[in-house]
Design a protein around this ligand. Structure first.
Ligand code: ADP
Ligand code: MG
Length: 696
């Protein structure tokens, strides 16, 4: 009987697996099919071609191999602390081997005077190299097979079924002989990028001969994985840009020109100009724009938003701007009003808009009299009906979901152009991967004359230095934020900290010389607004706040940001908070207060903040610390599910692959050509990156 095996064959059919092992493989490693096992790659390799001399062993290495003669061994200790200690020696020194378990069996296998090959993770004990639970085998002159060895992750349950790393490797050996592995990429691509054939790559990823074959195998598999990912992303993008007609903003008219020539209070940065051009280009040809605008805090996104809205208005359309919080919407509204004065009909709609005004807004919006509507989630309500919405802008995108974006789409018969602005500088690679349906613009330049913010990290016993800085800045007429963490799980305790901190500040900065305001989530929107207002007008010099001020707030006279318990904030949050200062021409400061003992990660976070002001560098570090699953509000990991490629380290490759995929779609959008048959197959494959269902 001939049985056809393929990638979908259940793992239980593999020789050496069987129902019980299959079940445990399902549960422990998510391996259900032959394909799953084939793509279960080693997580590292040990180079068993290299032998060290004992006196050259790096005690911090992950694993070392050496040859030594057993001089003696003995069992020491009582009961639970019983251990077997052996001494081995080469011509450079002595090393110790230690076992805590299976002593009797180990003892039997050891012979004094015998030469062994020893492998394990070294450590330093009493000044001597010591290895606990090493792999030990009798030395034989011939060692042809001891090449590069794969290490697979395994679990206790699997190990009990003899499926440790070695056991898994054996299974894969059997599997690879059984399967017919066919090339998955078209020959032109394989040749053009010097890829090794898929079959070779899979062999070498599991059984590499040497570092070179391993590197080639990895490259090929990463290429393929990113290739499939980009096929899917760009396909979605094509679909969305083909499907929807969009408003045509054919002219640049009086509103835009008047503002640009007469009212704009400063010269636009080159980056702002470039982004405006990109937006203009996107809105003239009758297809809907879907654009993500990234710009570090303070880079001047608002003005770009406003000028895009003026383009819409010049062409007889309405525009809206949605912000995630009441405070921010309020601020946008006031900012825009002060920029365009009475030239444009502009209103604010939030949860706390009075019923009477609300009704007026609804009706003037429907009649098309209202030109710009600024607001919060309130904009999404069904009652909000536009006459002719041409452009919808969302500020601080990560607070809103895809659902909400879609709701705005439906506010017009043809979907409005969408501009999504974010100050969370998502690393470009990740943005390309996750927002395949969005084009990306970047404002990568701060307005001229900004001085980099000076950031310091102080511990509790240096608190007086912080107070000193505040006194000095306030005496110069500047203002100060003091921010406390407040998270739901520990809300009560956090509020206590906030109050205690407030009291300490009031003692240090007493009335009537100093006035302190406070803003936190327990206040009503009205109360918050009035506190923020007092601070914005300079009536209070110190604003104590929880993270409600994180997003967008703009008080250019504020020059110090103190962050209490800074170790509890994430990197992007710290960066956002710091961005609240440094908005004027004066020197600004950020003080990170933390406790004395810090975890390794907290240390890296705070050091990064002290080292750099560059949002993209910070985002990259954040990505490395947290992994891509956490960025951009995509909390559940597993959205980007890559087996071998790494979005942080393989950016260059991703860029290249993306260009390649774009070329293919350019030449053959529906993949009809003969040479693209394989590509079409890849596109329908289930594996390869993004769990779309988790995103949209
Ligand atoms: P963000 O990108 O964080 O939203 P804003 O749009 O709030 O930044 O801009 C920050 C500050 O910089 C504002 O006070 C704004 O008026 C100012 N600004 C924006 N563009 C420029 C420019 N080209 N030159 C000088 N100042 C600018
Ligand atoms: Mg902003």
């Amino acid at each position: 009987m001939v049985t056809e095996f393929n990638l979908k064959t259940p793992i239980g059919y593999l020789t050496g697996v069987g129902p019980h092992r299959a079940e445990v493989l399902n549960k422990e490693l998510n391996i259900f099919t032959f394909g799953d096992l084939l793509h279960f790659y080693p997580f590292r390799y040990v180079d068993r071609t290299i032998f060290h001399k004992i006196n050259n062993i790096d005690p911090y290495a992950l694993g070392v191999q050496f040859v030594g003669r057993l001089i003696n061994y003995s069992i020491q200790g009582e009961k639970r602390s019983k251990r077997l200690i052996a001494t081995v020696k080469d011509n450079t020194g002595l090393a110790q081997l230690v076992w805590f378990q299976g002593l009797r069996w180990i003892e039997k296998s050891l012979t004094v005077g015998q030469v062994y090959i020893i492998y394990g993770k070294p450590s330093l004990f009493n000044g001597q190299i010591s290895i606990s639970h090493p792999e030990v085998e009798v030395y034989k002159a011939k060692r042809a097979e001891r090449a590069f060895q794969p290490v697979y992750s395994s679990t206790e349950k699997l190990k009990r079924l003899s499926l440790d790393s070695k056991g898994i490797s054996k299974l894969i050996g059997v599997l690879i002989e059984l399967l017919k592995i066919e090339e998955s990429l078209p020959p032109e691509i394989v040749n053009k990028h010097n890829l090794v054939p898929l079959k070779t790559a899979l062999h070498h990823i599991h059984f590499p001969k040497d570092p070179t074959t391993l590197a080639l195998a990895k490259y090929r598999l990463k290429f393929e994985e990113l290739f499939i990912l980009q096929l899917k992303v760009l396909k979605t993008k094509m679909a969305s840009s083909n499907r929807f007609a969009g408003p045509v903003f054919e002219k640049v008219g009086a509103y835009f020109n008047l503002f640009y020539k007469k009212k704009l209070p400063f010269e636009l940065t080159n980056a702002q100009k470039r982004v405006l051009k990109e937006i203009r280009k996107d809105t003239v040809h009758g297809a809907q724009m879907n654009r993500l605008l990234q710009g570090d805090v303070g880079s001047g996104k608002t003005i770009v938003a406003l000028m895009s809205m003026l383009l819409a208005i010049d062409n007889g359309y309405q525009a809206c701007l949605m912000a995630p919080t009441e405070i921010l919407a309020q601020q946008h509204y006031q900012g825009l009003k002060s920029l365009v004065g009475n030239d444009i009909a502009i209103e604010l709609l939030t949860g706390s808009t009075k019923q009477k005004l609300r009704k007026e807004i609804y009706s003037s919006l429907e009649q098309g009299e209202l030109q710009i509507l600024v607001g919060t989630h309130a904009l999404l309500e069904d009652k909000v009906q536009f006459d002719n919405l041409g452009l919808a802008i969302i500020d601080e995108q990560h607070r809103f979901g895809v659902q909400q974006r879609a709701k705005l789409w439906r506010k017009n018969t043809i979907p409005p152009h969408m501009l999504v602005m974010t100050a969370t500088p998502i690393p470009r690679t990740l943005a390309m991967t996750l927002y395949g349906d969005l084009d990306i613009s970047v404002i990568d330049e701060l307005p001229a004359g900004r001085r980099p913010i000076v950031t310091v990290h102080l511990k509790e016993d240096q608190r007086l230095r912080m107070f000193g800085l505040l006194r000095e800045e306030i005496s110069k007429g500047r203002q100060v934020y003091v921010v406390y963490p407040l998270i739901e799980e520990s809300e009560k305790l956090d509020l206590l900290y906030l109050e205690a901190g407030m009291e300490a500040l009031e003692r240090e900065f007493p009335l009537p010389t100093y006035k302190i305001g406070i803003v936190h989530g327990r206040l009503t929107p009205k109360e918050k607004e009035s506190e923020m207002d007092r601070f914005a007008k300079g009536e209070t010099q110190i604003l104590v706040a929880t993270t409600v001020i994180e997003v967008g707030v703009n008080v250019p006279n504020a020059s110090v940001m103190v962050i209490e318990n800074a170790e509890r904030f994430g990197l992007s949050q710290l960066h956002q908070l710091r961005g609240r200062v440094g908005r004027g021409a004066e020197q600004s400061f950020c003080v990170l207060m933390s406790k004395d003992k810090l975890s390794k990660e907290s240390k890296i976070r705070l050091e990064t903040m002290v080292r750099t002001n560059d949002g993209f560098e910070i985002a990259e570090t954040d990505l490395q610390l947290r992994g891509p699953g956490d960025i951009a509000g995509l909390q559940q990991s597993g959205i980007v599910d890559l087996k071998i490629a790494d979005l942080t380290t393989d950016q260059q490759l991703l860029q290249m692959v993306r260009t390649e995929v774009m070329r293919i779609f350019d030449e053959d959008p529906s993949l009809e050509k003969k040479e693209n048959v394989l590509i079409k197959t890849l596109l329908t494959q289930k594996s390869g990156g993004i769990g779309w269902e988790k995103i949209s």
